[in-house]
Ligand binder design. Structure first.
Ligand code: MEV
Length: 433
């Protein structure tokens, strides 16, 4: 049964963490939002010790929830794990603007990954190509024998391709691609095992020597796309008319289209929305980052990942397509209890649906950043959250944090030394009182 969820939780930001957990538990099934599942320390040293090498501890980051997301007509509360202030607020704010005109629509490709086997010293390239393609069935069978669980879930190796590089700093090479349907897994382990398993067959067929056998993180057959349409009314703010805001946002986008220096920062703002969801769900954010930036440079020039335009009704229209290799089975997604909780909070039932949520969060973050940059500037929103961090770093606790942060904002002086002075003064006052 599809769950009925309203992601429009008003004023969540005004509550304290315990109250927020209660609101979320009210909004979802009690098991889905069991506060203990997202509490600090749930990973535990024993589990951590089995995840990586030389473990000496674990590292915590804030686990927040972006609200207001409607995607393909369903509401989602989006878990985000990130250290940077304004990201959760920005994504929630943009999702609310989108919500007013139906939210986001999203779609995704089949979960096809590419594994690569590099062959060197091939004596006759044409004969090798013919022999490799002629042995395609045997190659696929050998590959699939490595991951019967993937095959049983309806996935597996689908095709083999041969790519030729006549020149490289070391000489010519053939590169064989094996295309693998990974279903709900990210698939790195399965694809790497397949590459290693078929390498001897490729050596025999080509007369060459297999060197690297590894997946490609440019997962350009496994993309997800988000679209949204925002009304001028939703963009009106601080006395700036929504049509004017749209005009300014289009200039901001144009900047990222022509200038790689700007495109890099613009795209960082997109990844601000995506990486926190990737981290929260225990997925490989380095893989997603590598693929996204390679995709942004696929024309030979590094460009804005997103596209923004104005339609005939004067609405702002945004679109973002990115390679998004994420999984909901295997790896840290299942090992880390908070990642499992994040997947339950999202309620996604496939890796493709998770990719759709990620790409929508990316488009939302991009919109939030462009709107702020094109109007009041990024610092106003950033500064109040930044001030809280500075206050915390200076040793403020509990209610002191908000008081010190506000005092620094009022004085327009948000610096560690100022926080320390204000804290000393506050504590002095409180002791005397
Ligand atoms: C900061 O984390 C992200 C931005 O720089 C993105 C942008 O410039 O579009 C605000």
């Amino acid at each position: 049964m599809a769950r009925q969820l309203n992601s429009r939780i008003e004023g969540l930001y005004r509550l304290n963490p315990a109250e927020r957990r209660q609101r979320l538990a009210d909004a979802m099934h009690p098991y889905v939002f069991d506060a203990s599942r997202v509490a600090g320390g749930v990973l535990g040293e024993d589990r951590a010790d089995k995840m990586i090498e030389n473990v000496v501890g674990t590292f915590e980051l804030p686990f927040g929830i972006a609200t207001n997301f409607t995607i393909n007509g369903h509401d989602y509360l989006v878990p985000m794990v990130v250290e940077e202030p304004s990201i959760v607020a920005g994504a929630s704010y943009a999702a609310r603007m989108a919500r007013a005109s139906g939210g986001f629509t999203a779609c995704h490709d089949e979960p096809l990954m590419i594994g690569q086997v590099q062959l060197i010293g091939v004596p006759d390239v044409q004969a090798a190509r013919t022999a490799i393609l002629a042995s395609q069935l045997e190659l696929l069978e050998r590959a699939n024998a490595q991951s019967m669980s993937m095959v049983n879930r309806g996935g597996g190796a689908r095709a083999v391709e041969v790519h030729q590089f006549d020149e490289s700093p070391m000489g010519p090479m053939l590169v064989v691609h094996i295309i693998v349907d990974c279903r709900d897994a990210m698939g790195a382990n399965a694809v790497n095992s397949m590459c290693e398993a078929i390498a001897p067959l490729l050596e025999a067929a080509s007369g060459g020597r297999a060197m690297l056998r590894i997946l490609s993180n440019l997962t350009d057959r496994r993309t997800a796309t988000a679209r949204t349409r925002i009304s001028p009314d939703a963009l009106t703010r601080d006395g700036i008319d929504g049509h004017e805001v749209i005009e300014r946002i289009l200039w901001a986008h144009a900047f990222a289209v022509v200038d790689p220096y700007r495109a890099t920062t613009h795209n960082k703002g997109i990844m601000n929305g995506i990486d926190p969801v990737i981290v929260a769900t225990g997925n490989d954010w380095r893989a997603v980052e590598a693929g996204a930036h390679a995709w942004a440079a696929r024309t030979g020039r590094y460009l804005s990942m997103s596209n923004w335009s104005r339609d005939s009704a004067g609405y702002l229209c945004g679109e973002l397509t990115l390679p998004l290799a994420v999984g909901i089975v295997g790896g840290a997604t299942r090992v880390h209890p908070a990642a499992r909780a994040a997947l339950d909070i999202l309620g996604v039932t496939s890796a493709g649906e998770l990719a759709e949520v990620c790409v929508c969060a990316g488009l939302a973050s991009n919109l939030a950043a462009m709107r702020a940059l094109a109007t009041e500037g990024i610092q106003r929103g950033h500064m109040s959250l930044h001030a809280r961090q500075i206050a915390l770093a200076a040793g403020a606790e509990g209610d002191e944090v908000a008081v010190i942060a506000q005092q620094m904002i009022d004085r327009a002086h948000i610096k560690p030394a100022a926080a320390e002075q204000l804290l000393a003064a506050l504590r002095g006052t409180l002791t005397e009182a």
